[in-house]
Design a protein around this ligand. Structure first.
Ligand SMILES: Cc1cc2nc3c(=O)[nH]c(=O)nc-3n(C[C@H](O)[C@H](O)[C@H](O)COP(=O)(O)O)c2cc1C
Length: 586
């Protein structure tokens, strides 16, 4: 019944047009029809009012018909225009339906169609209004085109002309309008990105999630996330994300990839962005079992993609790293200037996997944690260059420290690994002290090579060329302007040394994050790459730049990093010791 009331005005207008045409558009003959049909339209409108039928077309067409009728009876010239163009006037009524509501910020007619496919949380949002505004504009253009197509004269034969003038606009509306109304909102939701939607209930949240999936970001994702929510709105259900589609089902999935156990109110607050999910997770307010990396993807797949600034790409490595003959590296020595143990050092994590790779293909590796050795600071006396060439004053038996032994290890290696956490944009103090104390291996004289590099000659050249690689982990998420000092130092070591050549740099920014379950995938990737590099340098005498480049990518935007790092530090604020409370690296 309600639908009949809504669409009856169309029938009345078309009927009036038939009568008008049948009467040869003679005003006197058409007037009674105008009176009857406008009367019927009014009756229909009153019935609609009492039945609370609200419909834009009903208002638009009844309104325009009344104006038309007034013209017929009070302004014959305009009235004549009306009866000769009833269908065009009908489209004018529809055009007004698209023009008036946005001016007065009234509900747009497009909502009647577009909101059917979305939950209330989405349809009441500003973004959905904007999408409807675009849709509404499209319809304005369509109705305007329909008016033009209706009044164009196609044929001298009246009957043929009427057929064309009637069919063309209808075809346009059907072919263009209907599919656009169906698909444009979904397309625009993806293109424009969502806004922060506030969900009233968990039910509403899960009903909305399939609609809010960002197809681009979910490419290649194939997962099942099982929720066990307790508290106010206990819910057991799972989301399946596969082939760029998301579906929600109640109950348990037999084989979920991730299980989330949380209080329902907390999960709602996290989803509504009223509570930081990172903070809640770090504070163990909810539990994740299985693949936690999905949590990062969740933010990307369901949150507004526009808000997040694009992550800057890590610059490609252009340095001319030394390559040597394959299988020439047999003995590797590691000097680790870090203070943390294997369980906590992110630098040592990389080094360990690198040497495991090298060992796997036959290299001998010796590892020295410099903090465990007695290494005095260089006094700058130059005795090692003058009084006792090649010997340090601290090699003297009475004051001997461990540098004599360590220097020997350095000299004998085919490949030296310098490892250090990034401390104030450079190596740790102890690694720097160690490197200062390597001065006796050089001669004071100057060599100038054909590339214009000036350097000290090697004091023990019989050993031949030696390679070195550098490993360092940092807290900040950037490599540029963070590792510059450290990089500069090692590259200068490369260019100012006769026989010691830089073969690779492994810099891991945002390193503290990789112990968090959400960054598990990055940690595994770095591990694999370090193993690969260790094998490669031994078997091929080089390291692919792509390996080093990938390790340098923090895989997180600075904005997200800032949020997570802050939540993390806040969780430890004043209460706990750092190393005792962070997840271990293995
Ligand atoms: C004294 C000190 C200085 C630091 N300076 C920097 C720095 O300049 N840039 C940076 O990104 N991180 C800096 N950090 C953070 C460390 O590089 C980060 O914690 C890294 O993971 C340590 O490596 P490790 O786990 O191998 O010890 C500093 C940390 C400390 C304790």
């Amino acid at each position: 019944m309600k639908n009949i009331i809504k669409y009856l005005p169309f029938v009345f207008m078309i009927a009036l047009n038939v009568f008008a045409e049948g009467s040869g558009y003679r005003m006197r003959n058409v007037q009674p029809f105008v009176l009857i049909i406008t009367g019927l339209l009014l009756v229909n409108f009153i019935i609609a009012y009492f039945l609370k039928v609200k419909n834009h077309f009903l208002y638009g067409l009844t309104g325009i018909a009344i104006i038309g009728a007034l013209m017929v009876f009070f302004s014959p010239r305009l009235g004549q225009l009306y009866i000769e163009n009833i269908i065009a006037t009908m489209y004018l009524g529809l055009l007004l339906v698209t023009i008036i509501p946005p001016i007065f910020k009234l509900r747009l007619f497009t909502y009647d169609f577009s909101e059917k496919n979305y939950t209330e949380s989405i349809t009441k949002g500003e973004r959905f209004y904007q999408i409807n505004l675009i849709l509404n504009f499209v319809w304005s253009v369509l109705f305007l085109s329909a008016i033009v197509l209706t009044i164009i004269r196609y044929n001298t034969d009246n009957a043929i002309n009427t057929i064309i003038a009637t069919l063309l606009p209808i075809t346009l509306l059907l072919i263009v309008g209907i599919p656009l109304t169906k698909y444009l909102p979904g397309f625009l939701m993806q293109k424009l990105g969502g806004e922060q939607i506030k969900f009233a209930t968990i039910k509403d949240l899960f009903a909305s999630m399939p609609l809010g999936l960002n197809k681009k970001k979910s490419k290649g994702v194939n997962t099942v996330v099982q929720f066990f929510l307790t508290g106010e709105e206990p819910t057991t259900g799972h989301l399946i994300i596969s082939e760029q589609q998301c579906t929600y089902n109640e109950g348990e999935h037999p084989n979920p990839k991730t299980i989330i156990r949380c209080d329902s109110q907390l999960w709602l607050d996290i989803s509504n962005n009223d509570v930081s999910g990172d903070k809640a997770f770090i504070n163990n307010e909810y539990e994740i079992e299985g693949d936690a990396t999905i949590m990062l993807q969740f933010v990307e797949m369901f949150a507004p993609p526009k808000k997040e600034k694009k992550r800057k790409k890590v610059k490609p490595l252009t340095y001319d790293y030394k390559q040597i003959e394959s299988k020439k590296i047999k003995n590797i020595v590691v000097f680790d200037g870090g203070y943390r143990s294997n369980k906590n050092s992110k630098t040592t994590f990389m080094v360990n996997h690198f040497i495991n790779g090298a060992k796997e293909v036959g290299a001998n590796v010796e590892y020295f944690k410099l903090k465990d050795y007695n290494i005095k600071e260089c006094t700058g006396c130059y005795s090692c260059w003058t009084k006792s060439p090649g010997e340090c004053i601290f090699d003297d038996k009475k004051v001997a420290d461990d540098m004599f032994m360590l220097r020997k290890k350095y000299r004998e290696a085919d490949l030296v690994v310098f490892a250090s956490p990034l401390y104030i944009f450079n190596v740790s103090g102890i690694l720097k002290t160690f490197m200062d104390r390597l001065l006796p291996v050089l001669q004071p004289y100057m060599l100038l090579n054909d590339r214009g590099n000036i350097m000290h000659p090697d004091r023990f050249p019989e050993k031949g060329e030696q390679g070195f690689v550098v490993f360092s982990a940092s807290g900040f998420p950037d490599v540029a302007h963070n590792f510059d000092g450290l990089t500069g130092m090692f590259r200068a070591w490369d260019s100012h040394n006769e026989n010691s050549h830089l073969m690779g740099e492994f810099y891991m920014p945002a390193a503290e994050m990789i112990v968090q379950p959400v960054y598990q995938a990055r940690k595994e990737l770095i591990k694999e790459l370090c193993i690969k590099a260790g094998k490669q340098i031994v078997t091929e005498g080089l390291i692919e730049k792509e390996i080093m480049h990938t390790i340098q990518d923090p895989l997180v935007s600075k904005e997200t990093f800032q949020k997570q790092a802050d939540a993390f530090w806040e969780s430890l604020d004043g209460k706990k010791s750092y190393l005792a409370n962070v997840p271990k690296i293995n």
